[in-house]
Design a protein around this ligand. Structure first.
Ligand code: AHM
Ligand code: MG
Length: 329
């Protein structure tokens, strides 16, 4: 028989003493929003929803209409749940906070509503990335301390990939599980049990057009991969949609990297709602994620839209990167 995402969560929650059901309720808000977003994406070419919304977000990026829709769907589906204290979105300058009655507002959720949305007009895969934290006990509802927790405090994280099929990949710190949306019943069904990233893979994934701007050690690493010094022949794959590039890396192994560039000296990707959730999934699947020299999950965020360089992938590839930067030049 099938196992739905909801059943999986209820089963996992049975092992948590005094679980109140809030967490399951919160996740049902996430999957509801994901299904609303996927329904909109599926008819994107038909219902005048492709294109820009005429605004820019805090990152100075042009918002697509679908970015706005995805953000509103998540803000609504999560905001109506009393267990949510604050929501942090790539599309909002500041956290959206809620004044909850005592005993409520236990969770803070950060998300990128529609990652890779600049690809949407060419019908390329996009995704939603999220991560869930417990609000700090000593804070009323939504202080920045609760929002700016390091990635190793994540209670759960995941992403939804809107591809040929729609998949939810999820971890609550006890393994990584993949669920595929069965459109005939409208439920996410367990399709990938206990996902493991291969220790070594065949692909590296990076926007090499920027290579001239990468720090020297990133360039030597790419050179190292190209000439197969590590005993493996690599091919390159780059979609430019982080969820899709990461998903391939999770399934097939290899490494994804977004180094610092002249335009983005801190890297382009965002720590809270891009790097941290994917780092938790990578580590739970046996892989590694670093910002160049430190584990992503150990970084103390300073701001909600903080950027970071990212090297994430199989243990063998990421360790090779670390060996290279530690070698005397
Ligand atoms: P977004 O959150 O505005 O969509 O931007 C992040 C995206 C990632 O999906 C992807 O990995 C990266 O930007 C691609 O950047 P580039 O076009 O510089 O290679
Ligand atoms: Mg993004």
């Amino acid at each position: 028989m099938i196992t739905t995402f909801q059943q999986h969560i209820l089963h996992q929650q049975r092992e948590v003493p005094y679980a109140s059901g809030d967490f399951s309720w919160l996740l049902s808000g996430l999957t509801l929003a994901a299904k609303m977003i996927e329904a909109k994406i599926r008819c994107a070419g038909l219902c005048n929803i492709v294109g820009t919304a005429g605004q820019t977000n805090i990152q100075g990026e042009t918002q697509q209409k679908l970015d706005v829709f995805a953000n509103e769907a998540l803000l609504h589906c999560l905001g109506v749940r009393d267990c949510v204290a604050a929501l942090v979105s790539e599309e909002n300058d500041e956290p959206v906070t809620f004044d909850r009655p005592p005993g409520e507002g236990k969770y803070v959720i950060v998300f990128d509503p529609l990652d890779g949305s600049s690809n949407i007009d060419v019908n390329v895969n996009v995704g939603t990335i999220f991560s869930i934290y417990r609000r700090k006990e000593d804070e009323r509802s939504s202080g920045l301390d609760s929002v700016l927790q390091p990635g190793n405090c994540q209670v759960a994280a995941g992403y939804v990939l809107y591809g040929p099929s729609t998949m939810l990949v999820y971890t609550a710190g006890r393994g990584v599980y993949g669920f595929t949306l069965d459109p005939t019943i409208g439920a996410f069904v367990l399709s990938h049990d206990r996902m493991q990233m291969p220790e070594r893979g065949k692909y590296y994934s990076c926007n090499e057009a920027n290579a001239a701007q990468f720090p020297e050690h990133y360039r030597s690493y790419l050179e190292d991969l190209r000439i197969s010094k590590a005993g493996q022949e690599y091919s390159s794959r780059y979609i430019g949609s982080l969820v899709a590039d990461f998903h391939r890396t999770l399934l097939k192994g290899g490494v994804f990297l977004y180094p610092p560039t002249a335009g983005h000296p801190e890297g382009k990707l965002r720590l809270l709602y891009e790097a941290n959730p994917l780092a938790l999934i990578a580590e739970q699947a046996g892989g590694l994620a670093i910002n160049g020299d430190e584990a992503i999950l150990n970084l103390q965020p300073r701001g909600i839209h903080q950027r970071t360089p990212l090297v994430v992938g199989g243990r063998s590839e990421v360790e090779r990167f670390l060996d290279l930067i530690r070698e005397p030049q």
